[in-house]
Write a protein that binds this ligand. Structure first.
Ligand code: PGA
Length: 259
């Protein structure tokens, strides 16, 4: 299962934070200073759109995009604009976009294709809503597997085999996001195997193995290394903890030391 081709990927999702450009600059500046020299990890900062320019030397990502490249879509930001702003990645399908902005699997698929077309890499979020898919011993059951499968199949619809390595799948169980109740490393490993299996059925094993699988949901400096070591995640998508520069830097260092 180990994917040696890539460095571990750590994506910071700042969500709608912090509340001033000055704080954004400080946060980004501290992270950049502290992680300099850690060559073995790839770090992507995803601030809100107005703060994209504060991300200097690290890779830049956006938290969402529209599915058209330009036009009469008031308030929207296109993948082409993000690319032009120097973004390398865009997060698509985050559960908060589904919950508060009505994003459906169909919209997610359109965004995935538009982002790839503009030359962006996609961090595609998938995850089940409740923990009911795990039995009393914490073992993965098949109840909600169809839901994850649907999300993957929906998002990859029409994506060519040659492009799938530009999609990183973030396994983010909704019940683990912002709850302080993370998944177990076993859950993460099962999800990674499951995701790769669906992708090998859709494409082939060789290509599927190139798709990185991240874990996201209540990660912090104490638990991050275990998802990499035991859960075999190819990296993390970090929400709340990425807003605290000390905490985030500790997370990056622990992943660096354990990969
Ligand atoms: P969290 O969020 O780390 O605060 O749980 C993760 C996410 O929403 O991507």
């Amino acid at each position: 299962m180990k994917n040696e081709t890539y460095k571990k990927l750590i994506v910071a999702n700042w969500k709608m934070n912090p509340s001033s450009a000055k704080e954004a600059e400080e946060l980004s500046g501290t992270v950049q200073r502290e992680v300099r020299g850690l060559k073995n990890v790839e770090i992507v900062l995803c601030p809100p759109f107005p703060y994209l320019s504060v991300v200097g030397a690290l890779a830049k990502g956006a938290q969402s995009c529209h599915w058209e490249q330009k036009g009469a879509y008031t308030g929207a930001v296109s993948p082409a604009m993000l690319k032009d702003m120097g973004c390398e990645y865009v997060i698509v399908g985050h559960s908060e976009r589904k919950q508060y902005f009505g994003e459906t699997d169909e919209i997610i698929n359109k965004k995935v294709k538009a982002a790839l077309k503009a030359g962006l890499k996609v961090v595609l979020c998938i995850g089940e809503d409740t923990r009911d898919s795990f039995d009393s011993k914490g073992h993965w059951t098949h109840e909600l597997d169809p839901k994850l499968k649907e999300q993957i199949i929906g998002a990859f619809e029409g994506v060519k085999k040659s492009n799938i390595q530009n999609i990183v799948v973030a396994y983010e169980p909704v019940w683990a996001i912002g709850t302080g109740n993370p998944a177990t490393p076993d859950d993460v490993l099962s999800a990674k195997i499951f995701i790769r299996k669906i992708l090998s059925n859709l494409y082939d094993r060789k290509e599927a193995d190139k798709v990185r699988v991240l874990y996201g949901g209540s990660t912090n400096k104490k638990n991050s290394a275990v998802f990499i070591k035991e859960g075999q995640a190819d990296g993390l998508l970090v929400g709340g903890a990425s807003l605290d520069s000390d905490e985030f830097v500790e997370m990056v260092k622990s992943i660096y030391e354990n990969s």
